[in-house]
Design a binder for this molecule. Structure first.
Ligand SMILES: O=C(CO)COP(=O)(O)O
Length: 249
């Protein structure tokens, strides 16, 4: 019922050469039809990535957007601009944006709403720090981040979201949540979604992110509430990323 989504978040990495490499790799390698794949390069590479992926089934994503439609916002990019490049997904609330660029829940909500208004699919990233986990606050933090957005959306808007659980302590550290640790949080998110609507809970895709690699993807994806991955470091190498896509098939 839920088609797995494997999305590669390049963060501030990559080059035009890497964009071309991925275009060639996807043109040559068939993807399982049972998996949806997306690549999320830095904003300046969107146009090149759009061309490189033409004719493949890989979707394009963006790493951030500004909630305003246009105007004096130096350095920012609007939802409508992303739409001009056939962007489908946009990350909102990534922990790096929350911690380094001071995006609080209100800022995350504004971005999600702007994305939805333009027909983009927001990938809402949520996750606890190590300190919060050790203090037993994981569920409260994660569900609080989900509610800060979902409470403010209507029923139709909620169905157009994707959620990515990314424990901050597992991002870029090589320390992955164990399948059962990740599954427990995913199950809690799904149970919370069920309080809005059971159909929503059954349909919404919940991705895991945080040091997901070719050699641990299969066991994470085997968990019943993990519907895909948001991949950082391992999405920068064609072989690694393709292997993760295959293991979701
Ligand atoms: O933050 C992430 C994806 O958005 C995860 O990054 P890593 O896979 O490098 O840990």
């Amino acid at each position: 019922m839920r088609m797995p989504l494997i999305a590669g978040n390049w963060k501030m990495n990559g080059s035009l050469e890497l964009v071309e490499q991925f275009g060639r790799a996807f043109a040559e390698t068939g993807l399982p039809t049972s998996v949806e794949v997306a690549l999320i390069p830095p904003t300046p590479y969107l146009a090149a990535m759009q061309s490189a992926l033409a004719g493949t089934a890989v979707a394009l994503g963006a790493q951030t957007l500004n909630p305003e439609t246009k105007g004096a916002h130096t350095g920012e990019v609007s939802a409508e601009m992303l739409n001009e490049f056939d962007v489908r997904y946009v990350l909102v609330g990534h922990s790096e944006r929350r911690s380094m660029y001071h995006e609080d829940d209100a800022a995350v909500l504004a971005r999600a709403k702007a994305a939805l208004a333009s027909g983009l699919v927001p990938v809402l990233c949520v996750g606890e720090t190590l300190e919060q986990r050790e203090a037993g606050q994981t569920e409260a933090v994660v569900l609080g981040q989900v509610e800060a957005v979902f409470n403010a959306l209507d029923a139709e808007q909620r169905t157009r979201m994707v959620i990515a659980y990314e424990p901050v302590w597992a991002i870029g550290t090589g320390r992955t949540a164990s399948p059962s640790q990740a599954q427990a949080v995913h199950a809690a998110i799904r149970a919370r979604l069920g309080e809005y609507d059971s159909e929503l809970a059954a349909r919404l895709r919940l991705l895991y992110g945080g040091s997901m690699k070719a050699d641990n993807a299969a066991e994470l994806l085997a968990e019943s509430d993990i519907d895909g991955g948001l991949i950082g470091g391992a999405s920068l190498k064609t072989n690694d990323f393709l292997a993760i896509c295959q293991s979701a098939g």
